[in-house]
Design a protein around this ligand. Structure first.
Ligand code: ZN
Length: 120
């Protein structure tokens, strides 16, 4: 690629990067892991939940995350689940923005090294 093309690519990449950086500013609180809900059987042998899967108790809400490669779960209230779910969604979009930034940087590196090569 010629230096004019490289400069064009670099400036396009910078614009894309700055656009993504603007999106980053809008991201609210972030939270690791994810929220899951489970339906469970109870301890009473005569309860309908033991015969009918549709009568399982719940939902019981949990927040799960990986600690040292192991999944750890913690029971949370419905209110906490609502908040955490939103913050987890924020984290997912944050990560997606960072991934896009990395992709933009790959193109930028190619163009930037081309320009530096020509300066030698
Ligand atoms: Zn039951």
């Amino acid at each position: 690629m010629d230096s004019k093309k490289a400069q064009q690519i670099l400036s396009d990449c910078l614009k894309k990067h700055q656009g993504l950086a603007e999106q980053l500013k809008e991201v609210g609180f972030v939270w690791p892991g994810s929220v899951t809900s489970r339906y469970l059987k109870c301890g009473k042998p005569n309860c309908v939940c033991h015969k009918d899967p549709a009568s399982l108790h719940g939902p019981y809400l949990y927040w799960s995350t990986k600690v040292d490669g192991k999944t750890v779960s913690k029971a949370i209230s419905g209110t906490e689940a609502k908040i955490v779910q939103e913050w987890v969604a924020n984290r997912v979009s944050l990560e997606s923005i960072v991934e896009q930034m990395k992709e933009v940087a790959k193109d930028a590196l190619e163009a930037a090294s081309q320009l530096l090569k020509e300066e030698d």
